[in-house]
Design a binder for this molecule. Structure first.
Ligand SMILES: Nc1nc2c(ncn2[C@@H]2O[C@H](COP(=O)(O)OP(=O)(O)OP(=O)(O)O)[C@@H](O)[C@H]2O)c(=O)[nH]1
Ligand SMILES: [Mg+2]
Length: 275
């Protein structure tokens, strides 16, 4: 199965990011705590250059806590990083002090020249990692549009937290080609890629097998079955997705399975593993 997605608006996004970067002091790069590695756009590293950057692994409420701890230890060696949940608010209070720390040197230099100006922070990351939700939580108002699918934010938008910080919301950006198909699968499983561009049933079978290896027993418990080999038939039967002749509607079963997986009902699963 090939998962490729780089619609026109992402090429435009890339061009706009480069243009806006000139006006920005600090970057917040959002990643998905379930995918601390695969949710990072390799293009961003090139585009962002040497600007001070805070990596925010969002959706920590959906990720495996043990794995998140391990990832933080590893990623801290590369630069400032936080694991947060913009939905529950966990960890969110640390963002502003960390931004201020990243900006301290520049503020000092400006102060020496008698200039007082707000920090400009650009929020970038792959689609659906919660950029707009993070901004809304930080500003305390639902100013940026959010949604439970990738590609909700189309244009960039400046929003002010208080006198000293301005935030730029940007559309999610993926890279043109997933060289590693496993990365493509993980991104699709997390909801970063539109469901329409891949085979949902095939991806579900892959993810079911992955869960059986990495979170043994979680599917059995959640779908109340003793069956050793769980598949879409099992899930469809449990969820009542039947079509004429008593057959299981496996597409419907896959849709339900992803909804339940993506909201961590089956398990708080981290797809990029650190042992
Ligand atoms: N469980 C959970 N859901 C979250 C969290 N943060 C955001 N979401 C949800 O994730 C979905 C995507 O959030 P957005 O803020 O629209 O994501 P985005 O990165 O701005 O997405 P694009 O604009 O499409 O690139 C929404 O349904 C949010 O409610 C979180 O910390 N935990
Ligand atoms: Mg958005």
């Amino acid at each position: 199965m090939d998962i490729q997605w780089f619609p026109g608006h992402m090429t435009k996004t890339k061009r706009q990011l480069l243009e806006q970067l000139k006006w920005v002091d600090v970057i917040i790069e959002t990643g998905d705590a379930r995918l601390p590695l695969s949710s990072r756009n390799p293009l961003l590293r090139e585009l962002l250059g040497a600007k001070p950057k805070l990596l925010v692994l969002n959706k920590a409420d959906l990720a495996d806590e043990d794995q998140t701890g391990k990832w933080l230890k590893k990623l801290e060696q590369e630069g400032p990083v936080l694991a947060v949940s913009a939905s529950t608010g966990a960890g969110m209070k640390k963002i502003i002090p960390m931004l201020e720390e990243l900006m301290a040197e520049k503020w000092q230099k400006l102060a020496e020249k008698g200039i007082k100006k707000p920090i400009r922070v650009m929020v970038v990351g792959i689609p659906n990692t919660g950029k707009s939700t993070i901004i809304n939580t930080l500003t305390g108002r639902a100013q940026a549009r959010t949604g439970n699918k990738p590609g909700v934010t189309r244009g960039s938008q400046w929003l002010r937290i208080h006198g000293r910080i301005e935030l730029l919301d940007t559309p999610g950006m993926l890279w043109p080609k997933f060289d590693d198909q496993i990365i493509g699968r993980k991104l699709a499983a997390s909801g970063a890629v539109r469901d329409e561009v891949f085979d949902l049933e095939e991806l579900a079978q892959w993810l079911i097998a992955w869960l059986q290896t990495n979170y043994q027993g979680a599917l059995n418990k959640y779908y109340k079955t003793e069956q050793e080999e769980i598949n879409l038939e099992t899930i469809g039967k449990e969820r009542g997705c039947l079509i004429s002749g008593g057959r299981v509607d496996t597409l419907k079963a896959a849709q339900i399975f992803f909804r339940e997986f993506r909201s961590a009902k089956i398990a708080r699963a981290t797809l990029d593993r650190l042992e």
